[in-house]
Design a protein around this ligand. Structure first.
Ligand code: SGN
Ligand code: CA
Length: 535
């Protein structure tokens, strides 16, 4: 396929490119390949300096494009983050505040706007927004397990019809992505939301990656045994610790074949039974050693926590390998059809994740490991290879960015800001850029017991207010204390900074229209899938 000159400054209409010549030739608009995983975090990407794993294909995107070091989720949970990305609006505006919400799919989204302007749009993989996708020419979304989907032989709903696929979820979603791209007519730009399930809990590796890290000893985070001294109630009362929340079956996979076949109602047993016999055989072999070690009774106290952390890393990181390989496959395919450099390739995750920091797994908190999202983008037409950016970005910025690159007007009610200027300027933060990113988490009381909170993060400081059945403030000096171990909210030497941050928070709340965020009667919680008012 011939690539035509893409003019950065002039918005253009979609145009056929086959056989184009002469003066009315219109440059083709870029394709948008939005790759998003579920719960992948920067600590597990070598381009962000990880010492846990090597991710060569992700690294290639960063090396040939830009790496954002300060991109943040506005509500670090799957459904809410996805709704923010689609709409360019915060949770309190798009209405999807927690994972039990139902997305109002009638509202404006960036894929709808791109489609109206001539793009072919698609989504494959995790959707997690309950209502049927709108604005896509093709959709094939995971179903089952409340829309989390399965790692083996996953079920999908494809353009409204149920389909059961055979194989490993990352491979199947990749096949669907390639099929979507290859079925797009020459000359029509596409926007594909390519959403992996991996590395979401319960971290089941692909057959070829089972046991790959069996003999690896992973470095432990320095805060694995955090005692939460100097922090408030919210850190202490969560239920997401490797030491005590991790389950023997679902998380650690400590069940023999015989046990799984006998206990047919067990969740691990159910997903095990989705695997073909040869994969079950490999699974049995790999996990037998782990089961024997655990049942020897020798692991106690801190050694047991350390051991659980190692098993967690073995499984989580093995699922990341399947994602990295998937990216390699799709990039190779784009190259083979001459569309690699004409495609804005974005890699991100719905939020970050704790890999043992503070002794935790999962996310939800407005702490760095999970508030921060990976964001790397390759588009050589506009982005200088090897750029990095420390500009404060949010997931609500993605929608306006894509519209901007596609030459579509950005609706004034979108709350995010296009990152195009940052990308085109080698990652430099523009002078008039925002001073803080906003965060608001609502899913409480619920799984993992993370209290409701909201706050802001600036370049050097973070302010958080936990509310609902608690009223506690936390403030962290991000330069002196990047691991967020010392709450300085009441420290006299930070009084000036605290006043400055409180004032900035007030103005951010007004700017984004989330006034009175802790007034409980105004905050929706959809624990039983309908508005229940005060909890
Ligand atoms: C499941 C997981 C949780 C996880 C949520 C939300 N439990 O409920 O650990 O926090 O998903 O994740 S599990 O027992 O089913 O594995 S999210 O990424 O979709 O928001
Ligand atoms: Ca997620």
């Amino acid at each position: 396929m011939q690539k035509l000159g893409y003019t950065l400054m002039i918005p253009v209409a979609a145009a056929g490119i086959a056989g184009c010549s002469g003066t009315d030739e219109k440059p083709q608009r870029p394709n948008i390949l939005f790759i998003m995983t579920d719960d992948h975090t920067t600590q597990a990407m070598s381009c962000y300096g990880s010492s846990l794993i090597c991710t060569p294909n992700m690294d290639r995107i960063a090396r040939e494009g830009i790496r954002f070091d300060n991109c943040y989720a506005t509500n670090a949970l799957s459904g809410p983050s996805r709704a923010c990305i689609l709409t360019g609006k915060f949770s309190h505006v798009n209405g999807f505040t927690d994972n039990a919400s139902t997305f109002d799919a009638d509202q404006q989204t960036f894929p709808k706007l791109l489609r109206e302007s001539g793009y072919r749009t698609g989504i494959v993989g995790k959707w997690h927004l309950i209502s049927e996708p709108q604005g896509f020419d093709f959709w094939s979304i995971l179903s089952g397990q409340e829309e989390q989907g399965d790692y083996y032989d996953p079920d999908f709903i494809e353009n409204g019809k149920p389909v059961r696929e055979k194989g490993y979820v990352s491979d199947i979603i990749t096949d669907k992505a390639i099929e979507f791209i290859s079925s797009t007519s020459e000359g029509q730009p596409f926007c594909l939301m390519f959403h992996h399930k991996a590395p979401h809990r319960n971290w089941m590796p692909a057959p070829k990656h089972l046991g790959v890290f069996k003999d690896t000893v992973f470095p432990e985070p320095s805060t694995l045994f955090d005692d939460f001294k100097g922090r408030g109630e919210a850190s202490k009362s969560q239920d997401m610790s490797i030491a005590s929340t991790f389950t023997e079956d679902w998380d650690l996979k400590l069940m023999t074949r015989e046990e799984m076949l006998k206990d047919t109602t067990n969740r691990l047993s159910k997903v095990y039974r989705r695997m073909p016999p040869e994969v079950q055989a490999k699974w049995d072999e790999v996990y037998a050693e782990r089961i024997a070690e655990y049942r020897s009774g020798k692991l106690k106290g801190k050694d047991l926590v350390r051991w659980k952390y190692q098993q967690y890393m073995q499984d989580y990181l093995a699922t990341v390998l399947s994602v990295d390989e998937s990216i390699g496959r799709v990039m190779e395919y784009l190259d083979s059809i001459g569309q690699l450099d004409n495609t804005i390739i974005v890699y991100t995750s719905d939020q970050g994740f704790f890999l043992g920091e503070h002794g935790w797994f999962d996310k939800r908190f407005m702490y760095e490991e999970c508030q921060r999202m990976p964001l790397i983008v390759r588009y050589p037409e506009a982005i200088e290879a090897g750029s990095t950016s420390s500009a404060l970005c949010m997931n609500v910025d993605f929608a306006p960015t894509f519209l901007d690159f596609a030459g579509v007007d950005i609706p004034s009610d979108m709350q995010g800001v296009s990152l195009r200027k940052v990308m085109e300027n080698g990652g430099k933060t523009p002078e008039d850029w925002r001073k803080a990113v906003y965060y608001h988490y609502y899913e409480y009381p619920a799984e993992h017991s993370v209290k409701r909170h909201y706050g802001i993060r600036t370049e050097d400081c973070k302010l958080i207010h936990f509310y609902n059945d608690i009223d506690q403030w936390e403030m962290y000096d991000m330069k002196a204390d990047p691991d967020e171990m010392e709450n300085v909210f009441d420290a006299p030497e930070y009084a000036g900074k605290r006043a400055e941050m409180m004032q900035l928070l007030d103005s951010v709340l007004v700017e984004y229209g989330d006034t009175d965020p802790s007034e409980q009667e105004k905050v929706l919680y959809h624990g039983d899938r309908r508005y229940t008012g005060r909890k």
